[in-house]
Design a protein around this ligand. Structure first.
Ligand code: SF4
Length: 372
């Protein structure tokens, strides 16, 4: 899968670059050349915010026009009990902790309804839940809500099924697919850098392992998303290196549906004192769009960056606002200030306010309704 840009489709905007280093990057974009590590870092460093936005917006409009996608979905985090202790995570608890919880399959089913199109399931690496429990979870949802597409279990969880129960990713994904799994979420990637892994998430699937598991899934015709957790202790080089690795895998498999830049939520983990600024969040969205020239959808994830910044992100290269979420616990635990639920009308209005055309989609990006 190569670049998605078709220059002949669009009128090329004149850009009055204030930062002369961006001009050669723009030339590369227009010639469908892949941006390098140095190019990516320049985009993240520049103060020529407007030019970065215009370049990214040009690519997105070229690929999906004015359309901005959203889904009626529900995020379910079946348990917060986790054997790991990632240093950026405000969500995980140990067995017996006051705020630890485990949802039964019936409780999970009760959180859902017939209206949603996608259920997104990620949770802690539970010390004793057997693999069969996860299969039962997927099967029960699929039986009760056959129209809801199931996007479940990060590569990190799939890796844990192997570490804990010696079930290989090929086996677990095949069994889960048979039970009703439609796609995989992009979480667990964090930042691929070995340095960051050693410092912040020892014991969790490495970057190479994460990529391998997504490669296996794509080869089994299971599409997935991909993410980057930014805004903590990583460098710009580490962010861009991560994006280039995702682009390389997409060239190989064409299995990624969407990329989601996830802003680190400070919560009580305090890896830094302040959140990244909206200015940096928007540049991150734009850089993702410019570097990941072969991934069709870039999300502006309102749960992490707030509704206002997410809406402006739609003019900085994003073409997906994610979903209505429902009871989202992970970001909430880290004190994200967005409301936990959001109605369809609000999503539509927010996209229209950005001057774009709202499109309701399912988990696999099939269009359900265009709101003209
Ligand atoms: S990020 Fe995931 S794996 Fe790491 S501690 Fe939190 S729940 Fe566990």
């Amino acid at each position: 899968m190569g670049p998605l840009l078709e220059i002949t489709k669009s009128e090329i905007p004149e850009i009055d670059f204030q930062d002369k280093f961006l001009k050669p990057i723009w030339e590369k974009v227009l010639h469908n050349e892949d941006l390098t590590l140095t190019d990516g870092v320049k985009i993240l460093e520049t103060e020529d915010f407007a030019s970065v936005g215009i370049m990214a917006d040009f690519i997105t409009k070229n690929i999906t026009g004015d359309k901005v996608y959203f889904v009626l979905n529900r995020h379910i985090n079946p348990t917060n009990i986790c054997v790991l202790s990632c240093k950026f995570c405000d969500f995980a608890k140990k067995p017996g902790d006051k705020d630890s919880y485990e949802m039964s399959i019936d409780q999970i089913l009760d959180e859902m309804d017939d209206e949603i199109r996608e259920v997104h399931i990620v949770g802690g690496h539970h010390p004793s839940w057997e693999f069969s429990h996860y299969v039962e979870m997927v099967k029960s949802i699929h039986e009760k809500y056959p129209k809801v597409q199931i996007k479940a279990f990060t590569a990190s969880e799939i890796d844990y099924f192997y570490r804990r129960w010696k079930i290989t990713p090929e086996e677990s994904l095949s069994i889960l697919k048979e039970a009703g799994l439609d796609s995989m979420p992009g979480g667990g990637a964090e930042v691929f850098s070995d340095r960051i892994h050693k410092m912040l998430l020892p014991g969790k699937a490495t970057g190479d392992r994460w990529l391998d598991i997504h490669r296996i899934a794509h080869n089994m015709d299971i599409k997935s998303n991909c993410t980057l957790l930014y805004g903590h202790i990583e460098t710009f080089e580490e962010r861009v290196d991560h994006l280039i690795k995702l682009r390389n895998l997409q060239n190989e498999t064409n299995g990624f549906l969407a990329f989601i830049p996830l802003e680190y939520q400070i919560g009580t983990t305090l890896l830094r004192k302040r959140h990244t600024t909206p200015f940096d969040d928007l540049k991150m969205i734009a850089a993702s769009r410019l570097i990941l020239n072969n991934i069709k959808y870039i999300k502006s994830y309102w749960v992490m960056i707030g509704e206002s910044t997410a809406s402006i992100g739609l003019n900085f290269g994003a073409n997906d606002l994610d979903g209505t979420i429902g009871k989202e616990r992970i970001a909430h635990a880290a004190l994200a200030d967005s409301p936990a639920g959001r109605a369809r009308e609000k999503m539509v209005n927010s996209i229209k306010d950005a001057g774009r055309t709202p499109v309701e989609r399912d988990a696999l990006y099939n269009e359900i309704k265009v709101y003209v």
